[in-house]
Ligand binder design. Sequence first.
Ligand code: GAL
Length: 396
Amino acid sequence: MKTIRKGRWTLAPLGLAAALLAPAASAAPPMLAATPPMGWNSWNHFADKIDDATVRAQADAMAANGMRDAGYRYINIDDTWEGQRDASGVIHPNAKFPDMKALADYVHSKGLKLGIYSSPGPKTCAGYEGSGGHEVQDAQTYAAWGIDYLKYDLCSLAQPMIAAGNLEKAQAIEVAAYEKMRDALRATGRPIVYSLCQYGFYQPWRWGGSVGGNLWRTTGDINDTFARMVQIGLGQAGLSKYAKPGNWNDPDMLEVGNGGMKAAEYRTHMSLWAILAAPLLAGNDLTKMTPETLSILANKEVVAIDQDPAGRQGDRVRAEGGLEVWAKPLSGGGKAVGLFNLSDQRANLDIDFAALGFKGPVNVRDVWAGKDLGRMKAYHAAAVIEHGVVLLRVTP
Ligand code: GAL
């Protein structure tokens, strides 16, 4: 795997002349997605029922309800915004989005950023116009509109090779297509977060960063069921070493608040995604949330675990019949620890902090309860409810 380390400067071996030239280093653009991107995406709740007014309403809600202050930034339009290309090949939005530049200006006026969606193939997954063969033109158009984030979804590209089992050929086609759009985005000079979506085929965690991806989907689509959410979340075991500032594993968007799970299950979803340093893209209708949904999405301590500046993804520590312990290293030597009861009945969960590498007692905080529990060497969580979690922040 090719890894690109950005922003690393050492003056020591370069001497005085280099030191005098050093200000040039500060001209390097700030790293995109230094922490996992946070925001909202239209697909999980609205699918094709998305339009300009709905997007504006989501931006209004995010700016007013505390989510923006909690760190949410991107308002991402998913599939079905695309219209036709004109005679010179320039893409136009369809009637649902009369003026994309005006929409971007509006979203920016709320202190937020606007994201868009396309495919490297001829058609998107919903059958709309893709970017294949128009990469440079589309990147220029997005930049002119003021777009800040692109989700680039494989869809129709390389499907015949995949169907025929010729995966090597399919991967080569994909990589070339992702690189093409990476170069086109970079050439615009506008910082645009680049989100790869190809459902985890051929281990994108090994190559997603080298084709320019700031994040790459590691799985097929999530849905609003506990079983699918857990299947995807636990499927991330072993991937922690591939995530770092600027390059994230993406286990798909959040379903919190969409109604298919109980509040306790959504807390499990949010806790697991935070431990995974996953992108936090809310997928519900932000204008119609219950206070409980908002308290899950905008819990600052949970968000802080996800967004920890060390940029380390967590991983599985232990699993026994639906009872799982996961931990994420935090800056300053602490850890976030999730005690997950994924079984169908109440259960006790224990963690001995020595097993997480701590020597002696640690300070323990119950994050969802917002309570300091004091100093301890081990923690016993009695009767964690079915499908529930106890999320701890542990500090030496
Ligand atoms: C899927 C993708 C979803 C959504 C949808 C739109 O391939 O995984 O997240 O973007 O396409 O058609």
